[in-house]
Ligand binder design. Structure first.
Ligand SMILES: Nc1nc2c(ncn2[C@@H]2O[C@H](COP(=O)(O)OP(=O)(O)O)[C@@H](O)[C@H]2O)c(=O)[nH]1
Ligand SMILES: [Mg+2]
Length: 477
């Protein structure tokens, strides 16, 4: 009785067949390539022509056999001229023992930009097509090599900007999320089957325990709500946070940026108006990746360059996830500080920080909020580094990132949106139940909830949505 995805829903391969009716062979550079960097680069091919293209372009040294999962040493040749393009290794992985479950050939060539481009061009000229972003993973998914949440976890692992973010992605990779969501979906499908049976054959079946259905839907709804909350808490870990340091001139913004990034990034002087432009620095605070933005001190000025810098400070305020409003404890909280505070857009997390605690003769660390004398949430000394840990803790708390502590795995934002939508569907279904409406009123939203969860796991998903998911992956993955 369980509704299932339409037959053949995942067979997108038909859309990508060449004239002979076979699946296209795709190719991409699988490693990051930068001029003058990286000693080895991998050009990867997947599809029925992969081995034939490999044989056309690669001359093994000696008489090594073309065995699967064996590395060949030799040269990449331009077949039109016979010219040696690179000295390289070739790795052949015949279907189905490969990432895509198709025939895969990898050329491990030298990492120079020019060489890698040339190899890719030769591969394309030999009949492969340039892979779309995420297309290897998409094929792996379509061929049943990995499920959707695992594929997404791999992509997340690649883009992780901190150790903790990488660990979270690894948590998604072990399949726990897939099992959990699948399990919840199964429970809903069971209830749906019961209800649908009653709609069709009420008289032939034992009476349905409506209370039991309600309890089960409510239990699933609560689990979904927990998963959504965990995902939102993990969001800063995944995406990183953009934190603008703003304040009047000379309060120590640049000093704080240097302190947190552990190097002399910004110019610090005792002259107000030193910082003229936005300056960004990538740091990791307690596992959370941050982009710190140092800004020009905000004040009225006749200097045109400084005024342009100040305009950028205002933009930085609007584009940040969080604002660190710094003021000088020795000078106290001034009307200008208050004015700045009022400019912080609603919805941006704000942390007021008093600097130069050393000069003010104050202890550093967390300070009770709203304390009339200082307005400080945290007191620090950017010069000496005191209060840094309390500042980090308060900032992450303010951004909701502290709640990610101890999370092993979490839904990504696409998955969390679907889980949240499923929870809303269940609420509606429960509403129909509480109004005592007939069974078929319960089923409409319940079926929708199953669909949302199926779109998380990939068990019930449209081609268009799949394409969108994989298009966010990087090329070559
Ligand atoms: N005593 C003391 N001086 C500080 C502290 N932080 C910054 N300063 C000094 O304040 C002046 C202005 O610092 P700077 O970082 O350029 O401020 P900005 O204009 O806000 O970027 C410099 O002379 C710094 O050495 C602090 O915590 N204690
Ligand atoms: Mg500065």
């Amino acid at each position: 009785m369980k509704p299932t995805a339409p037959e053949g829903a995942y067979d997108l391969r038909g859309a990508d067949r060449d004239v002979s009716g076979s699946v296209a062979t795709i190719a991409a550079v699988a490693t990051a390539v930068a001029a003058g960097q990286g000693s080895v680069a991998i050009v990867r091919l997947s599809g029925p022509e992969a081995e034939a293209i490999g044989r056309r372009l690669f001359r093994p040294a000696g008489r090594q056999p073309w065995d699967s999962h064996r590395v060949l040493y030799g040269h990449l040749i331009d077949p039109t001229s016979g010219e040696r393009v690179d000295e390289a290794l070739l790795l052949l992985m015949r279907a189905p023992r490969s990432f895509t479950r198709e025939d895969v050939v990898e050329f491990h060539c030298h990492g120079g930009l020019v060489v890698v481009r040339r190899v890719l061009e030769l591969v394309l000229a030999a009949g492969a097509r340039r892979a779309e972003p995420g297309e290897f993973s998409q094929r792996a998914f379509l061929n049943g090599r990995l499920d959707l949440t695992r594929a997404e976890a791999i992509s997340e692992l690649i883009s992780a900007r901190s150790q903790r973010a990488a660990q979270l992605a690894m948590g998604g990779l072990d399949g726990g999320l897939q099992r959990r969501i699948s399990g919840l979906r199964e429970r809903l499908l069971d209830q749906l089957a019961e209800l649908e049976a009653r709609v069709d054959f009420e008289d032939d079946l034992p009476p349905l325990d409506g209370g039991g259905v309600v309890a089960e839907l409510e239990a699933v709804r609560q689990e979904l709500a927990t998963l959504v909350a965990q995902s939102r808490a993990a969001e800063p870990l995944r995406r990183g946070l953009r934190v603008a340091i703003v304040g009047r001139p000379n309060v120590g913004k640049s000093s704080l940026l240097n302190r947190l990034s552990g190097r002399d990034r910004a110019i610090v002087t005792d002259l107000p108006g030193t910082t003229r432009d936005l300056l960004e620095s990538e740091v990791v605070l307690q596992g959370v990746p941050l982009t710190l933005v140092d800004t020009a001190g905000i004040r009225a000025t006749a200097d045109r360059v400084e005024a342009l810098g100040i305009a950028r400070s205002h933009e930085a305020l609007a584009g940040a996830d969080a604002v660190l409003l710094l003021f000088d404890l020795a000078a106290g909280w001034t009307a200008a500080d208050q004015e700045l505070r009022e400019r912080v857009p609603a919805g941006v997390a704000l942390l007021v920080v008093g600097n130069k605690a050393d000069q003010a003769g104050l202890a550093t660390g967390p300070v009770a909020e709203g304390e009339a004398a200082t307005q400080a949430v945290v007191a620090i000394s950017a010069l000496h580094g005191d209060g840094e840990a309390a500042l980090a803790a308060a900032l992450l708390e303010r951004c909701g990132a502290a709640a990610s502590e101890g999370l092993v795995a979490a839904l990504n934002s696409r998955q969390a949106d679907l889980a949240a939508a499923a929870a809303v569907d269940l609420e509606r279904s429960l509403e129909a139940a509480s109004q005592g409406l007939p069974w078929d009123f319960w089923t409409i939203d319940l079926r929708a909830a199953c669909g949302q969860l199926g779109a998380i796991t990939g068990e019930e998903i449209s081609e268009a949505v799949l394409d969108r998911v994989f298009s966010r992956f990087c090329i070559g993955k």
